[in-house]
Design a protein. Structure first.
Length: 279
């Protein structure tokens, strides 16, 4: 798949968020409600939970992401929106590795741990006042701006993590071409977390993201479960191609540029959706 085709796949995926018509999270008059500031002791707790030393194992990261989601979610603070997305994903990932469903379970463990720690690094930087990784700066900018809903913030997190972090994690753990079947299975397993992701975001932030994963037209035609599978298939295919591009010195720079272009396009589409009240 060419870099241009990969960009088209991701753009098409993002456009589903518009054509599927997300349920608005804004009040009827178009206003939003500013979230309270997190108490100092809880902010310190988040900093401790997200520290690298606290997340050396996947089980530790699973527990810590749940706690981070609970702390921010209890406050209705949009900074926790992506933790609400990630907690169910880890709840499906960890058992799958324990059950030995992958040909190379050690590779799957290293990928999952590297992947989640890229998100936790952003949490720790934000909580401690350090420089947030570039790919996560927009997320925290929007999460602390009360004009944006938790649903919009969650989508920004998904863009950063799937378009930018996942290919980088694939490259970081030296993923070979032979791991495609395992990676494809990994993506299918992540898709099973969708119902809990939708429920958590709706409960904590008032946005129904079900259409993001199914898209009303596609879902009505082929069924929601199949539509969700196609969504995640597109995501993982694009990430795999980017990961392979990063692994080859001759294409590393071009792949980085294409990934950022994809991210920028996705954010632009979501900004438009937000502006017209689709979140």
């Amino acid at each position: 798949m060419t870099l241009l085709r990969r960009s088209t796949v991701v753009l098409g995926l993002v456009l589903l968020t518009v054509t599927g018509v997300l349920v608005p999270a804004h009040a009827a008059d178009g206003t939003t409600t500013c979230r309270p500031q997190l108490p100092g002791v809880e902010a310190q707790h988040i900093a401790a939970l997200s520290a690298p030393s606290a997340n050396r194992t996947l089980v530790d990261a699973q527990s810590n992401v749940h706690q981070i989601a609970d702390i921010w979610g209890d406050q209705g603070d949009p900074r926790g929106a992506f933790a609400d997305v990630y907690a169910p994903i880890l709840d499906t990932t960890v058992p799958s590795i324990r059950q030995g469903v992958y040909t190379d379970s050690e590779w799957a463990r290293r990928l999952a741990l590297n992947f989640v720690n890229r998100y936790l690094a952003s949490v720790h930087a934000h909580a401690t006042g350090a420089d947030v990784p570039r790919e996560w700066q927009r997320y925290y900018q929007y999460a602390t701006d009360c004009r944006h809903s938790g649903g919009r913030v969650a989508n920004s997190g998904m863009n950063s993590h799937l378009i930018l972090d996942l290919p980088t994690a694939l490259d970081a753990v030296d993923t070979s071409r032979q791991r495609w079947a395992d990676f494809n299975l990994y993506g299918e397993i992540l898709g099973k977390a969708t119902p809990q992701i939708v429920a958590s975001i709706k409960a904590d932030y008032g946005t129904d993201l079900s259409e993001l994963f199914t898209a009303s037209i596609v879902g009505d035609t082929i069924g929601e479960e199949r539509a969700t599978g196609l969504f995640f298939q597109s995501v993982r295919a694009a990430a795999w191609v980017s990961g392979r591009g990063l692994a080859e010195p001759a294409t590393t720079a071009a792949t980085h540029a294409a990934m950022w272009a994809e991210w920028l396009t996705a954010e632009g589409v979501l900004d438009t959706s937000d502006a017209i009240g689709l979140f």
